[in-house]
Design a binder for this molecule. Structure first.
Ligand SMILES: Cc1cc2nc3c(=O)[nH]c(=O)nc-3n(C[C@H](O)[C@H](O)[C@H](O)COP(=O)(O)O)c2cc1C
Length: 454
């Protein structure tokens, strides 16, 4: 038995292959239709649950071109997918990416509240504002929102959803057969929200769940994105290329949240990581290089480079001229990522060809080695506050299995990872509190007040 701070673990799947993973789908263990194959998702979810993972995380977007990564071209809608996983699992958290730019708070809050009840309190929402500017054309808009508007709208959206999730207090439904009383109307509350972006009366037509409200995750990296994460994020998804970068982000996001009056320990920082496990450290490095090389394809990488720049077509430029001046195209796209690419090219004086080659070249990554080494690295990142948890990319099934079968038991033995679920809810396992219903809190405070005074 141990009181040490423990690692949280998530699984991320991009079935047939996400960005940069052009040829993952050639792995004979991955069904060609993995991204739309519910049996495959159920299998992954059950593997993660058998290993006592906290959650499975489903990424999403609403715009594709023929150059989009294989998984993006043909994939299941996250809430529909997670409803199926909810009845195929019992403890695993179910986290869906949904955009605040192309949804309405009432509909989205209702769908998540339904997943809450179906799963017994295991749902989470990765709040994104969408970097795929082309999505605008799929939602009757001329243009994607600019950064300030999309993040202001995102914050108001989440606040409205949280307001709607308080529509019913815990004891709203007495369902008293004797008294023929189904609802206690004093426990039902309309929100009457009128804001800059939304007008929503409420109440929501679904009751609270065992964890009160879905867990809110966030993954923005721009100034506006980090501010939103620090304001509403209970889990923060990020990338961490090195322990130093991880520590800097960890400190920064928790300080921002603390400055807003939030408890640092109620924000779980979880970078997405790819793990390569071998019998020895040397063999793991070989596996890493081999799998990265198998994904290499200059033409596909050149086409995919367009995504952060709102799918700007880089094939129109001379490959051997300096990296083109196209940051303006990213203004309403994944600007933060585009800025990093432009800075890299400028700092190193790269041509377009050199930029693509550099970005897609095999590179040593941090979580590589024998099972012992990978466990050591994860433990070090946890103890040195570069993360609270990690989202493991499922990727090649043989590698995911090695992580589950060989690394997780070492972490468990050391008390770094749980042996059993602490709870049946996602909040319970992540160790973050159930938000009190605002109307219950106000009523209880008012009830206490007169007694205190007399
Ligand atoms: C781990 C991680 C997962 C993400 N998943 C999604 C996703 O599924 N869908 C999406 O549209 N954006 C996703 N994003 C993008 C972010 O929401 C955000 O747009 C991106 O980090 C760029 O930050 P910025 O928009 O603040 O510039 C993800 C980002 C990270 C770091």
């Amino acid at each position: 038995m141990t009181n040490r701070r423990q690692l949280k673990l998530g699984a991320v799947t991009m079935g047939a292959g996400g960005p940069g993973h052009h040829y993952l789908w050639l792995d004979p263990e991955i069904p060609g239709d993995a991204s739309v194959n519910i049996k495959w998702y159920i299998e992954q979810a059950r593997l993660a649950e058998a290993a006592k993972f906290d959650l499975i995380f489903i990424v999403d977007s609403q715009f594709i071109t023929a150059d989009s990564p294989p998984h993006y071209l043909n994939r299941l809608e996250p809430m529909t997918l997670l409803a199926a996983l909810a009845v195929s699992t019992t403890h695993l958290g179910l986290v869906a990416t949904m955009t605040t730019s192309y949804n309405d708070p009432f509909n989205l809050a209702r769908r998540l509240a339904s997943l809450e009840l179906i799963s017994g309190g295991r749902s989470g929402w990765n709040v994104v504002t969408s970097g795929d500017a082309g999505a605008a054309a799929n939602f009757s808009r001329e243009e994607h929102y600019d950064y300030d508007t999309r993040y202001a709208r995102g914050l108001e959206f989440v606040r409205v959803a949280q307001g709607l999730w308080d529509s019913y207090e815990q004891d709203a439904f007495p369902r008293d057969r004797q008294a023929r009383r189904f609802l206690d109307p004093t426990r039902q509350h309309a929100l009457h929200h009128k804001g800059e972006h939304f007008t929503v009366a409420g109440p929501l037509n679904i009751s609270r769940s065992p964890q009160g409200q879905p867990v809110i995750f966030q993954a923005g990296d721009s100034e506006q994105g980090r501010d939103l994460g620090a304001t509403i994020g209970e889990g923060i998804f990020t990338h961490a290329p090195s322990i130093e970068a991880g520590q800097a982000f960890y400190r920064e996001i928790k300080s921002r949240a603390a400055a807003k009056g939030r408890d640092r320990d109620h924000i779980i920082v979880m970078p997405g990581i790819t793990v390569f496990v071998g019998d020895t450290d040397e063999q793991a490095r070989e596996i890493e290089r081999e799998l990265q090389l198998a994904d290499q394809d200059f033409d596909r990488s050149l086409a995919e480079l367009g995504r952060p720049f709102a799918w700007h077509d880089f094939r129109q430029y001379d490959l051997d001229a300096p990296f083109p001046d196209v940051l303006h195209a990213a203004e309403r796209g994944f600007r933060t990522q585009a800025e990093k690419i432009v800075k890299l090219a400028r700092d190193r004086n790269f041509t377009l060809r050199q930029t693509v080659e550099f970005l897609s070249a095999p590179k040593p990554t941090p979580f590589v080695g024998s099972p012992q080494t990978v466990a050591d690295i994860l433990q070090r990142w946890l103890d040195e506050r570069a993360l609270d948890g990690a989202n493991i990319h499922i990727g090649h099934p043989a590698q995911f299995r090695r992580f589950l079968d060989e690394v997780v038991p070492i972490l468990r033995e050391r008390g770094v990872f749980r042996a059993e679920y602490e709870s049946g809810t996602l909040r319970g396992n992540l160790g973050i509190p159930v938000p009190e219903n605002r109307y219950t809190a106000t009523r209880l405070a008012a009830e206490r007040e007169p007694a205190g005074v007399s």
